[in-house]
Design a protein around this ligand. Structure first.
Ligand SMILES: [Zn+2]
Length: 78
């Protein structure tokens, strides 16, 4: 069973995507049982989504809008 540190490192890096099926399933199992890691996983996904929307350009108005969207997504209930 993976511990919280291993899961947090994995979902914040490419390990989660590049790991094998069994590895991803063990992370999913941990996320299903661990509220903190599940919340962290949602935050990382929300951050990635906002950063993809912003793209390479980063004018301040878009940065502020992205920040607001990120905060709104993080405050949503699961
Ligand atoms: Zn955990």
């Amino acid at each position: 069973m993976l511990n919280c540190s291993q899961v947090a490192r994995s979902i914040a890096s490419d390990e989660y995507r590049t790991g094998g099926l069994l590895y991803r399933m063990s992370i999913r199992l941990h996320l299903a049982m661990c509220r903190q890691c599940s919340r962290y996983f949602r935050q990382i996904r929300a951050l990635g989504s906002v950063l993809r929307e912003v793209g390479d350009e980063f004018p301040i108005s878009q940065a502020l809008a992205a920040r607001d969207r990120l905060l709104a997504r993080l405050s949503r209930k699961p």
